[in-house]
Design a binder for this molecule. Structure first.
Ligand code: GLN
Length: 310
């Protein structure tokens, strides 16, 4: 069960969250393979809540663009499901938590090139390949989708960051080559990884991401009408809950009790069905690649508001 907005009002609650969770000293890590992310100051912290009734509350660095990284995987999945009437995507990728790190190779080999879910890198590469069949530049299509849903033209692909990540993409290329070898990739490994890395390099603010994710809290209804059906919105939320935080999905469900999707840029998008979408951002990560301060803030926010799917 979810509960409606509670007093005290959300504005002061978010200000309190920023005061308590903005990092005072450097802790946590940045991804070694994405040089751009190491340069972001450790004390950045922003949070935004977009409500189902159309209000937006925010605090801290909520208007500062950051690299959305794997949060993109929620939106590419939604885009893939929009056009997948026959369910062909689900013959190529499963819907089970992996229990392994987001870029692990081991499971993919053992399980014959069928990724466990669309939110680990192997699964997202399959989703990208699926989108590229129709739209070779799937990253630009994703950017347009995000701009429409966020009702903002602020989002952009940081091409320099993408090039920097691509130069260190041996692991994602290895995943793509495994997929290709098992017959689960139609385009070339190189083109899929390049496109995937550009999706990850989209820059958005907390406010924009919370708005863009709102359709998932509103039974699939976005800014300009239906994005996905109510059943698909429910299913995407379920996959977020079980797979959105990789091998920390259980711990995140325990602490926050809401479907979420993290990115190594330090962002986390969380859905409170029927109520709101939340985006928190703080760039330093825990050992599983999820925002340290962001996770702690969401655990607090869920306790303070009573928002939970349980
Ligand atoms: N671009 C990153 C990668 O492929 C995304 C990973 C993430 O955000 N968890 O390694």
């Amino acid at each position: 069960m979810t509960t409606a907005l509670k007093a005290p009002p959300l504005g002061p609650i978010l200000d309190d969250i920023v005061r308590s969770h903005r990092p005072q000293r450097e802790a946590g890590s940045v991804p070694a393979n994405i040089p751009f992310l190491g340069a972001v100051p450790f004390d950045r912290f922003g949070i935004a809540v977009a409500t189902a009734s159309g209000e937006v509350f925010s605090s801290g660095d909520a208007e500062v663009p950051f690299s959305i990284q794997s949060i993109s995987k929620v939106f590419t999945l939604a885009m893939a499901l929009q056009g997948d009437r026959s369910g062909s995507l689900w013959s190529r990728v499963l819907r089970e938590p992996s229990g392994t790190s987001f870029n692990s190779l081991v499971q993919l080999e053992v399980e014959h090139g069928i990724p466990r879910n669309p939110f680990i890198n192997a699964g997202a590469l399959v989703v990208t390949d699926h989108l590229m069949k129709e739209t070779p530049d799937a990253a630009t299509r994703l950017l347009r989708f995000l701009a429409t849903q966020a009702a903002s033209t602020g989002a952009y692909i940081d091409e320099a960051a993408a090039a920097g990540e691509l130069a260190g993409s041996s692991r994602n290329l290895a995943l793509a080559h495994f997929l290709k070898d098992f017959g689960n990739l139609q385009q070339t490994a190189e083109s899929v990884v390049e496109n995937y890395v550009r999706q990850c390099s989209i820059m958005m603010t907390c406010v924009e991401l919370a708005r863009a994710g709102l359709f998932l809290a509103r039974n699939g209804q976005g800014t300009h009408g239906t994005v996905v059906s109510a059943s698909e919105a429910k299913r995407i939320g379920s996959i977020m809950l079980t797979c959105g935080m990789y091998d920390a999905a259980g711990e995140f469900a325990y602490r926050v009790g809401l479907p979420g999707k993290s990115g190594v840029g330090g962002g986390i998008l969380v859905i409170v069905p029927g109520v709101c979408a939340i985006c928190v951002w703080s760039p330093r990560l825990d050992a599983k690649g999820n925002s340290l301060a962001g996770t702690a803030a969401l655990a607090d926010l869920s306790d303070l508001t009573g928002w939970s799917v349980f």
